[in-house]
Design a protein around this ligand. Structure first.
Ligand code: PEP
Ligand code: MN
Length: 359
C-alpha cells in the first residue's frame, strides 16, 4: 500500500483477486493471533483483522484485551507481512491505533450510529494517511452512514472506505443482519469511487451462508470481503457461530466467481445493450401503469369522500393481496416480492386518498 492511495491499491490487487481481510472476531491471546496469521499468510488474505476493544450487547462477556493486544498484532505484521486492521470506537482507541502503527482502522456499526463518537474519532485521526473504513450503522439509514464518512473526509482523511455488514431487523430472518443490498448500491451510485467491502460474517451470523453472500457482493462489484476466521471457531470467545477456519476461507475464495467484463467481445456487449433497452422499455411501461392506477385511486378517493366511506377497507385490501399473490405465483414471482411491491403501492394509494378526503 506504500505510496499508493487506497483505490489504486485495490484496483491493482483486483487484477488477481478482491481485497480479503481475515482474522478472528477478537484477539484472544498472542498465541491465538499468531496461529491464525500463520495459516492465513499464504492465502488471498492480505489484511489481518482482530477486535481489540469489543462492543458487547450485554456486560459480563469478553470485552477484548484492549491495548495489551496491540503488540501482538505488530508481531503478526512482522512475522507475516500482512497489514493489520482493528476496530476503533472512541478517540482514545484511535490515538492508540496510530501510536501502534495499525494500518487500517474501522468504525463499528454501533459507533457509526453516534455522530458524537464519530466526530471525536475523526478529530483524533485528522489528516492521517491510514485507511479508515466505516461500517454501516445498525439501522438501515444511508444518510447516517454517509454522514460518518463525511465527518472523516472533512478532517482530511483521504483513504476512506465503507463496510457493508447488514442491518438489524425485527423481522424473522435467516440473516443475523439483513443485507438490504439496495442501501450499499445507493451508496455506490452516490460515490462511485468509494471502496465498499462486504462483511458476510456479520450479515449471516453463521458459517453456512458466507459463500453465497460473498458471491452476491462480488456480483454487485464490491471491492473486497472481511471474513472472521479462527483456527478453532467453536472455541472462539466471541461470534463463535460465524467464524470459519483458514482452510474454509481458501475453499470459499477458490469457489467465488469474479466476473471481469470481457470488453473485447463486441457481440456480448451489443447483446447486453439490446437487453438493457428492453428493460428500459419495460420500466417505462411500469411507470405508466402505476401512474394510471394512481389516477383511478384518486377517483375512488373522491367517491369515498362523497359517500363518507373510510379510506382503509381492510377486507378489500386482503382480497387484493391474496389475489395478486396467487397470480404472481402463477407468473413465477415469489410471495415475498409481490407482498413488498403491493404493500408499497397500497401505502401510497392510502396517502393519496387521505389527502383527497381531508382536503
Ligand atoms: C466486528 O467486526 O467484530 C464487529 C463488532 O462488527 P459490527 O460492528 O459490524 O457489529
Ligand atoms: Mn464479530
Amino acid at each position: 500500500m506504500e505510496n499508493k492511495n487506497f483505490r489504486t491499491w485495490l484496483d491493482d490487487m483486483k487484477l488477481s483477486h478482491p481485497l480479503v481481510i481475515a482474522g478472528p472476531c477478537s484477539a484472544e491471546s498472542e498465541a491465538q493471533v499468531l496461529e491464525i496469521a500463520e495459516e492465513l499468510k499464504n492465502t488471498d488474505a492480505t489484511v489481518f483483522r482482530a477486535g481489540v476493544w469489543k462492543p458487547r450487547t450485554r456486560p459480563g462477556t469478553f470485552e477484548g484485551n484492549g491495548v495489551k493486544a496491540l503488540p501482538w498484532l505488530q508481531k503478526v505484521k512482522e512475522k507475516t507481512g500482512m497489514l493489520i486492521a482493528i476496530e476503533v470506537a472512541n478517540a482514545q482507541h484511535a490515538k492508540l491505533a496510530l501510536e501502534f502503527d495499525i494500518d487500517i482502522l474501522w468504525i463499528g456499526a454501533r459507533t457509526t450510529v453516534n455522530p458524537f463518537a464519530v466526530q471525536e474519532i475523526a478529530d483524533a485521526l485528522q489528516g492521517t494517511d491510514k485507511i479508515v473504513l466505516v461500517k454501516n450503522p445498525i439501522n438501515p439509514d444511508l444518510a447516517l452512514w454517509i454522514g460518518a464518512i463525511e465527518r472523516l473526509h472533512k478532517k482530511g482523511i483521504k483513504n476512506l472506505g465503507a463496510i457493508h455488514r447488514g442491518f438489524s431487523t425485527f423481522r424473522k430472518s435467516n440473516f443475523r443482519n439483513i443485507p438490504s443490498w439496495q442501501i450499499p448500491i445507493d451508496l455506490k451510485s452516490k460515490y462511485p469511487t468509494l471502496p465498499i467491502i462486504n462483511d458476510p460474517s456479520h450479515i449471516c451470523g453463521n458459517r453456512e451462508g458466507i459463500f453465497e453472500v460473498s458471491q452476491t457482493a462480488l456480483d454487485l462489484k464490491m471491492d473486497g470481503l472481511i471474513i472472521e476466521t479462527h483456527c478453532h471457531p467453536d472455541k472462539a470467545w466471541s461470534d463463535a457461530k460465524q467464524q470459519i477456519t483458514p482452510a474454509r476461507l481458501v475453499e470459499i475464495m477458490e469457489g467465488l466467481k469474479v466476473r471481469k467484463p470481457r470488453f473485447e467481445n463486441k457481440e456480448s456487449v451489443s447483446a447486453l445493450n439490446a437487453l438493457r433497452q428492453e428493460i428500459n422499455a419495460k420500466d417505462d411501461q411500469l411507470l405508466e401503469t402505476l401512474s394510471e392506477r394512481m389516477l383511478i385511486v384518486d377517483h375512488i378517493g373522491k367517491a369515498k369522500k362523497a359517500g363518507n366511506v373510510a379510506v382503509l377497507q381492510s377486507t378489500r385490501w386482503q382480497e387484493i393481496l391474496a389475489k395478486v399473490i396467487e397470480k404472481g405465483e402463477e407468473h413465477g414471482l415469489s410471495k415475498g416480492f409481490i407482498e413488498k411491491i403491493f404493500k408499497a403501492i397500497h401505502e401510497e394509494s392510502i396517502a393519496h386518498q387521505e389527502k383527497i378526503i381531508n382536503r
